[in-house]
Write a protein that binds this ligand. Structure first.
Ligand SMILES: Nc1ncnc2c1ncn2[C@@H]1O[C@H](COP(=O)(O)OP(=O)(O)O)[C@@H](O)[C@H]1O
Ligand SMILES: [Mg+2]
Length: 298
């Protein structure tokens, strides 16, 4: 499924990352290696450490302990120009799109090229012709060329996320980080956005790390699923041949709080996997194994 240009080349490596915020342990000895061209989904409930992990990849957060290596550079040691250079090679998209609502779609996409320009740019006139041509091509790639001159806030959520993807591509990134990119979208738009991310990753040899909290989407779109729970990696497996039941079983086994059971039940019933007695089964499985103390489940 994945188009590896060099299957063994690791482009993102987190080795034993622990991140503490005061008393909170957001990441707990988390390790992860991502190869070029891979689409990895970080799966985990709210608060499991997904955003924190992503923020370590481009140096927005610094680890309390452990090492982060991205594109052959140790991120923990980077500052100033070297850090900006790394960030220009790592695109980031977010749940809330983060577009400038009053600017046109085209201007929003053009802001993605700012990393390679000196000083701020205001208005379309300030971008060179080649940047505009490239931005229009990016918009065409995400299927929104006809919206170029519309204000960003007149677009639907799914369209706005596609604009954000076009903007991220203006950096010509090698790695794309996506933090819950479809959490605000309806199921149809979610599928469209995930499909687009996958296609672009395959076309451009882009390495993608994307956080999600829906098991179905992860199974549909990831090459590999990395499950986080309380900042620990509890699952790291290729998706091929993996069933929803297997993923949920691991989730069930590691869920220890009522909130987590409820989230799992909601997820299962939304997917139509659970019948009336199913939730009780899931709870039984989870409850039965809640005393298991091993943290790493593979
Ligand atoms: N800047 C921060 N300051 C304090 N606590 C934080 C900060 N960022 C994250 N946390 C805490 O770290 C844990 C993991 O958060 P996060 O990475 O946002 O999880 P997720 O993205 O999976 O919902 C949570 O308990 C969260 O409250
Ligand atoms: Mg988050």
């Amino acid at each position: 499924m994945t188009q590896h240009t060099a299957p063994t080349e690791t482009v993102v490596s987190l080795a034993g990352i622990t991140k503490r915020f005061g008393d909170t342990v957001a990441l707990d000895d988390a390790s992860l290696d991502v190869r070029r061209g891979e689409v990895v989904v970080l799966l985990g409930l709210s608060g499991s450490g997904k955003s924190t992990l992503l923020r370590h990849v481009d140096g927005l957060d610094r680890p309390t302990d452990g090492r982060v290596t991205v594109l052959g550079r140790e991120v923990t040691g980077l500052t100033g120009r070297a850090l900006r250079q790394l960030r220009s090679e790592v695109g980031f998209i977010f749940q809330q799109f983060e577009l400038v609502p009053s600017l046109t779609v085209l201007e929003n996409v053009l802001t993605g090229s700012l990393a390679s320009l000196r000083g701020p740019r205001l208005g379309l006139w300030s971008y060179g012709r080649s940047a505009k041509v490239e931005a229009l091509a990016r918009l065409e790639r995400v299927g929104l060329l006809d919206r170029a001159y519309q204000r960003a806030d007149t677009l639907s959520g799914g369209q706005q996320q596609r604009v954000a993807i076009a903007r991220a591509l203006m950096q010509r990134p090698q790695v794309l980080l996506a933090d819950e990119p479809v959490a605000s979208l309806d199921p149809e738009s979610s599928d469209q956005v995930m499909a687009l991310i996958r296609e672009i990753a395959a076309d451009e040899g882009l390495t993608v790390i994307c956080s999600l909290h829906q098991v179905d989407l992860a199974l549909s779109w990831a090459d590999r699923i990395v499950g986080l729970r309380h900042g620990r990696v509890v699952l790291d497996t290729e998706t091929e041949g993996l069933s929803k039941a297997q993923v949920m079983e691991i989730y069930g086994r590691v869920a220890t709080s009522t909130d987590q059971f409820e989230a799992i039940e909601l997820e299962l019933s939304a997917a139509g996997v659970l019948g009336a007695g199913g939730a009780a089964d899931a709870r039984g499985t989870a409850g039965g194994a809640a005393s298991v103390t091993g943290d790493t489940v593979r």
